[in-house]
Design a protein around this ligand. Structure first.
Ligand code: G6P
Length: 590
């Protein structure tokens, strides 16, 4: 995580850097800082907490006039969030910002200490800064390459050298692009950070070092100049605008019908454009967080309707496990950002074993999009709120189409499922569900003072419960857990007490009666039950009823209700909805 931006050009960089940092705040917001440089000096300003704190600090200070600057927003790994540990770091002639983790930082630090280097903070980045400084003898590229030879881990770096008027950049396993402007150039973790200034960029590859000034970007690898292609992003400036909504999260939920239509459009009349999963004897789905829960829906659909063997794992486990690849296997990686460190590592593991990889991904320029064997792009556009909403819905949508195509190829489709017909109606149906905000507010009022909430469901409804539960806990900070409805009585039921909210998701006709019995069990112990279903339940005070649709798509009508209940609950609790504490959107460290 962490976000980086850098500027070199004709303007004073402060506003550009602050604006860029605000666009990168989704990558972490424990502390922030900027370094400004002119021909004679470098000035660093840092503060703890969100970018507004840094902005305030800058307003109250007289700063050097400058035309080069680097800036950083931090998600703490090594060392607590403090001004000392905030970036940019400066040691001797070097000032830099870093996104990533230096894994052998301790060992390097001990060596440098023996060489009389004195450290101010605790970060791995300060160690790296000192290491580059050690090798700096007036040749920046030489210093960067010599230092990085000793480094293990991931990094995207923006570096200033005391005696040079250029900006340097280098990356490994962390994203970094170079933005190309008119008599000005940029570096950034993400094109969204600089889209107000340019839509042209260069992708920096591993092992390449960029030397940037206002007129020129020179990229070298092993001291040889590399010819780089300038790319143009289709990202639109107003994609970052809240468009009148109170929060990005709400805006993004409301976009679900439109982005789903856009994502489905290439496939509904051309299913042959989707990969053929029947070529494989086994499917592994690997992802993190909500993307993993979207994968759980996919697993359930593939098993239930397409008779396909599917294993699923969180990427942080999968990457280290002994995976037995003894059958023809496809690894499906699901990731909104395409930069999640563990998911990237899982992809690399599959590739090392010569196993095919298919990415379901939003960011087309991301590492996972570029390095996987095949890709299906979801068309979420930029997702700014840290807690994912629209991207999750699209991941589920693609998994549903993959399951359908697989069932069709195997001649297993049941006529009553009417998948393609219903897929076309789905965006309008989501819109109807989204328009019922008063219902969600009413439920939020019933639960927002609770300290614990539970979700129960069976089969696909359990997978849906998990995403609903995650949404509540990540944005409203209410403790929430999801259970397979039949499992609750094996321990957790001891926590059920008077008034504890228990959400029951019931859409799967084949198993609903069993869940109904479980609802009775918690009700008789005092729970306040809330049923989210595709049918109406008599004598049930709190319930949300969504339209019944093909089982392939039912979660896509249920989850928006859970997203909005979580949203309204967090709002009543006064939480920082778009930037929940301790979280980051793009988790680029293990
Ligand atoms: C973070 C985000 C989650 C997201 C997960 C996976 O934890 O806060 O919302 O589901 O990362 O991210 P990815 O970009 O790989 O989908």
């Amino acid at each position: 995580m962490c976000g980086i931006i850098g500027y070199i050009g004709k303007e004073n960089p402060i506003d550009i850097l602050i604006n860029g940092l605000k666009n990168l705040e989704y990558r972490g917001y424990d502390s922030a800082g900027i370094a400004l440089k002119n021909e004679n000096e470098i000035e660093i300003i840092k503060s703890v907490g969100k970018i507004v704190n840094l902005e305030e600090k800058i307003k109250n200070q007289e700063l050097i006039s400058a035309n080069i600057g680097i800036a950083h927003t931090r998600w703490a790994t090594h060392g607590k969030p403090s001004v000392e540990n905030a970036h940019p770091h400066r040691v001797g002639n070097i000032t830099l910002v870093h996104n990533g983790i230096i894994e052998n930082a301790e060992e390097l630090r001990e060596k440098l200490k023996k060489e009389n280097v004195v450290f101010e903070g605790e970060t791995d980045t300060e160690t790296l800064t000192a290491l580059i400084n050690k090798y700096y003898k007036n040749d920046p590229i030489e210093a960067i390459s010599n230092a990085l030879k000793e480094v293990k881990g991931s990094y995207a770096l923006g570096i200033l050298f005391e005696n040079s008027n250029d900006l340097y950049a280098v990356r490994k396993d962390s994203p970094l692009i170079i933005g190309i402007g008119e008599k000005e150039n940029f570096i950034a973790s993400d094109i969204a950070a600089i889209i107000d200034y340019t839509n042209k960029y260069i992708l920096l590859e591993e092992g390449e070092i960029a030397k940037i000034n206002k007129d020129k970007v020179e990229v070298t690898k092993d001291k040889k100049v590399v010819d780089k292609q300038i790319q143009v992003t289709k990202l639109e400036r107003d994609a970052k605008d809240k468009c009148g909504y109170d929060h990005y999260m709400l805006k993004e939920i409301m976009e679900e019908p439109v982005v789903l239509e856009k994502t489905f459009e290439p496939y509904l009349d051309n299913l042959e454009k989707l990969p053929d999963l029947t070529k494989y004897e086994e499917i592994h789905i690997v992802a993190c967080g909500s993307a993993m829960y979207a994968g759980m829906i996919g697993k359930t659909l593939l098993e239930e309707y397409a008779n396909t063997k599917v294993e699923i794992d969180v990427a942080s486990e999968y990457r280290y496990k002994n995976i037995i690849y003894d059958r023809k296997t496809l690894v499906i990686l699901i990731s909104q950002s395409g930069e999640t460190a563990d998911t990237i590592a899982a992809m690399r593991k599959a590739k090392e074993h010569k196993v095919d990889t298919l990415a379901i991904v939003n960011v087309k320029t991301s590492t996972i999009a570029r390095d996987s064997d095949a890709q299906i792009f979801i068309e979420a556009g930029p997702e700014i709120a840290v807690a994912t909403t629209k991207a999750y819905i699209l991941q589920v949508g693609i998994m549903a189409l993959l399951a359908y195509k697989t069932a069709l190829t195997k001649d297993l489709v049941k006529e009553e499922h009417k998948v393609l017909e219903e897929a076309k109606k789905l965006p309008r149906m989501i819109k109807e569900v989204l328009d019922r905000r008063e219902e969600y507010k009413k439920i939020a009022k019933e639960i927002y003072k609770s300290e614990d909430v539970f979700f129960i469901g069976r089969k696909i409804d359990y997978a849906t419960s998990q995403e609903g539960s995650l949404k509540i806990k990540e944005i409203s900070y209410i403790h929430s857990e999801a259970y397979q409805a039949g499992e609750l009585k094996h321990g957790t039921i001891s926590l059920i007490d008077d008034g504890i909210p228990v959400f029951a998701i019931i859409t799967d006709d084949t198993i609903k009666d069993k869940t109904v019995s479980n609802i009775e069990e918690v009700k008789s112990r005092g729970a306040k039950t809330i049923i989210i279903s595709n049918e109406t339940w008599d004598n049930q005070k709190l319930q949300v009823v969504v339209p019944k649709i093909s089982p392939y798509f039912q979660p896509i009508l249920i989850v928006p209700t859970l997203q909005l209940i979580a949203y309204e609950t967090a709002k009543l609790r006064g939480c920082d909805i778009d930037k929940p504490k301790n979280l980051a959107k793009s988790v680029t460290v293990e």
